[in-house]
Write a protein that binds this ligand. Structure first.
Ligand SMILES: [Zn+2]
Ligand SMILES: [Zn+2]
Length: 294
């Protein structure tokens, strides 16, 4: 095997009722540490969501073992090749919900209410409809690094802000077909269900999310502009593998095209911002004059 890609990065989730999820999380942490993989896994009563890195052997063992559990027998893994770990530690945490989505009444259950799932090819076809509304199901800073062409940028900083934002800014589109997408698909399972509940008539979601779309041999990531933000040390991954790939991020300081995300060097700020290489050396990693002077 090629030593350069002797590691894999996995991304996966499944909405399924996990009995005694807290106990399961504890055991799963011990298991993961034993196996030697690194990453972040969330366990909730409503399912599992994780991203982790390890050698090809370790990650294959993990996928095999998880599928032995009847709850996760059909779980889908997105696999990226890597030349090392993408995380420093192994976390397995129990949380009340997999993704926090503030809805005033009962919790949304993607197994009972969710938008129609489209594979990448179907999604690509729907993207080209004249009447379609494309809604990014991620936060503003993820959108800024890359997104589907002509999609709407949600002005939210966390997923929990979506319900209010949708009620304020999306209501006029209730009669139009809505395409939703997110990184790996987990957020849209709830977001699309919420849209249906709010009275949107025709709601779709990209099955497997942007990262799956980027691996599709037919679409080759076409119509995705910029890069996809990911929650590991890579920070972003390329999606559009055609000659139409462009940079959509803009340097926070000078406004030039850039897709380098970094955290402000001031620990009290730590603000994530896009910064070109030139400005990085000029500003020493600080997001503002103020942060540099403190
Ligand atoms: Zn710059
Ligand atoms: Zn700062």
């Amino acid at each position: 095997m090629n030593k350069q890609s002797a590691y894999s990065i996995l991304l996966f989730y499944k909405y399924v009722n996990i009995p005694d999820a807290q106990q399961f999380a504890q055991e799963h942490l011990d298991y993961c540490k034993n196996l030697g993989i690194k990453g972040r896994i969330l366990i909730a009563d409503e399912g599992i969501n994780g991203t982790l890195s390890g050698t090809v052997e370790q990650t294959e063992q993990y996928m095999h073992d998880l599928r032995q559990n009847p709850l996760f027998a059909d779980i889908v893994f997105k696999i990226d090749e890597a030349d090392g770990h993408a995380f420093k530690k192994m976390f397995v945490r129990y949380k009340k919900e997999l993704v926090t989505f503030r809805v005033d009444d009962k919790d949304l259950d993607p197994n009972t209410l969710s938008g129609k799932k489209l594979n990448p090819k179907q999604f690509y076809e729907q993207l080209q409809r004249d009447d379609v509304i494309v809604l990014d199901g991620r936060t503003g800073y993820e959108y800024d690094l890359g997104h589907f062409r002509n999609s709407i940028r949600p002005d939210v900083e966390s997923f929990r802000e979506f319900p209010q934002w949708i009620r304020e800014y999306m209501s006029e589109h209730k009669d139009k077909p809505i395409l939703t997408y997110c990184t790996g698909g987990i957020r849209c399972e709830k977001l699309s269900g919420f849209l249906l509940k709010e009275g949107f008539q025709e709601v779709y979601q990209l099955d497997g999310g942007i990262v799956t779309y980027g691996k599709d041999p037919d679409t080759k990531g076409r119509l995705f502009d910029g890069k996809c933000y990911v929650f590991d040390e890579r920070i972003s991954v390329p999606i559009n593998h055609t000659d139409e790939a462009i940079i959509v991020g803009r340097c926070h300081h000078c406004g030039k095209p850039s897709d380098r995300y970094m955290n402000c060097a001031n620990d009290a700020c730590h603000r994530q911002h896009i910064c070109c290489e030139e400005c990085d050396s000029m500003h020493n990693g600080y997001c503002s004059e103020q942060c540099a002077s403190l």
